[in-house]
Design a protein around this ligand. Structure first.
Ligand code: HIF
Length: 293
């Protein structure tokens, strides 16, 4: 088969200021619509949309991924793995209306980068150039991960996204954000106390809480702690596998190390499958705080 090639199309008319304006609009709307999901706000679900629109990537034939913005097509946005993400897509609708020159893939990924940074997470380098592809480019359902699995599955899943063990563990730290919802995934509860702040709390809780495997109200197994926190089986796999465990301990003790590795792994996740021409611009956005906004 002919390999799929997705070359970033850089719009020479646009500068970092144009994208920073979109970043600021998203950030201000996160701040304004703060009552969403019991005052967790829209940040976590925007991170999930950015990653799910990228996480369909398959390194075997370079298909899927964020490039084509195919989440906007029904086949992809009705994948049961994407339950609940319409809230993030609707959040972005007015932003897209105002800045309709941006591609969907650029918007979904920029939303995730904005949400991580505004939650006090690391700065994540971001590059424009994704192009809206036609519906025929939509990947089939079933490429997103299933949480009822152990370390072997996690390792294989991340390998399809070209992620090694360190990158897999670093990425999983994003589960400090948000929560699981029975009506979306059949799981219930948050991973920790600070669901709207990006910290290394996920790793600290994984090591320090008293976890018990239980069946939730939907009949699905999850690990629960006395404080009301939860872990998916794929999360808990990170303390069951000795190679993963060593990295979990490192990140629990060294937030800076987690931030550094998360920033590079998350950029890679959002850019999988895209070829950037030499000299393609790479941006680091200012937070609203940085701008005294
Ligand atoms: Fe998640 N993830 N994720 N995830 N995820 C959920 C929610 C969030 C997996 C399963 C789930 C990543 C990897 C994996 C976020 C971010 C990232 C939910 C709950 C499930 C079941 C959805 C719901 O019920 O609303 C699995 C199996 C993964 C791979 C093994 C990434 C690394 C951690 C790549 C990642 O960045 C975020 C943020 C949420 C919270 C969404 C919310 O609405 O609060």
């Amino acid at each position: 088969a002919v390999p799929i090639v997705h070359i970033a199309a850089v719009n020479k008319e646009r500068t970092i200021d144009d994208y920073q304006r979109i970043y600021n609009k998203i950030a201000e709307k996160i701040r304004e619509d703060d009552e969403y999901d019991g005052y967790i706000g829209y940040g976590p679900i925007l991170v999930r949309l950015g990653w799910h629109s990228s996480g369909t990537y398959n390194k075997e034939n370079n298909s899927g991924g964020s490039y084509g913005g195919t989440y906007r097509f029904k086949l992809e946005n009705t994948d049961p793995s994407n339950n609940g993400l319409q809230n993030a897509a609707h959040f972005l609708d007015p932003i897209y209306k105002e800045f309709n020159w941006i591609s969907h893939g650029d918007l979904y990924t920029l939303g995730a980068v904005c949400a991580v940074q505004e939650a006090q997470g690391p700065k994540i380098k971001w590059r424009p150039g994704r192009v809206d592809l036609p519906e025929s480019a939509t990947p089939e359902n079933g490429r997103l991960p299933d949480a009822v699995n152990g370390a072997d599955y996690v390792r294989n899943f991340y390998a399809r996204l070209k992620m090694n063990d360190r990158e897999a563990v670093a990425l999983t730290g994003a589960h400090c954000l948000g929560r699981t919802h029975l009506k979306n995934s059949g799981f219930d509860g948050p991973w920790g106390a600070a669901s709207s702040s990006f910290t290394n709390e996920f790793f600290v809780n994984l090591l320090n809480e008293q976890w018990k495997l239980e069946k939730n109200a939907a009949g699905n197994k999850q690990y629960d702690s006395p404080k009301g926190y939860m872990m998916l089986e794929t999360d808990y796999a990170l303390v069951q596998d000795p190679i993963y465990l060593k990295i979990v301990k490192e990140y629990a003790n060294n937030e800076a190390s987690f931030f550094k590795d998360f920033a590079s792994s998350f950029q890679k996740l959002l850019e999988n499958g895209i070829d950037y021409p030499k000299g393609a611009p790479e941006y680091v956005f200012k937070t609203l705080d940085d701008q005294d906004m």
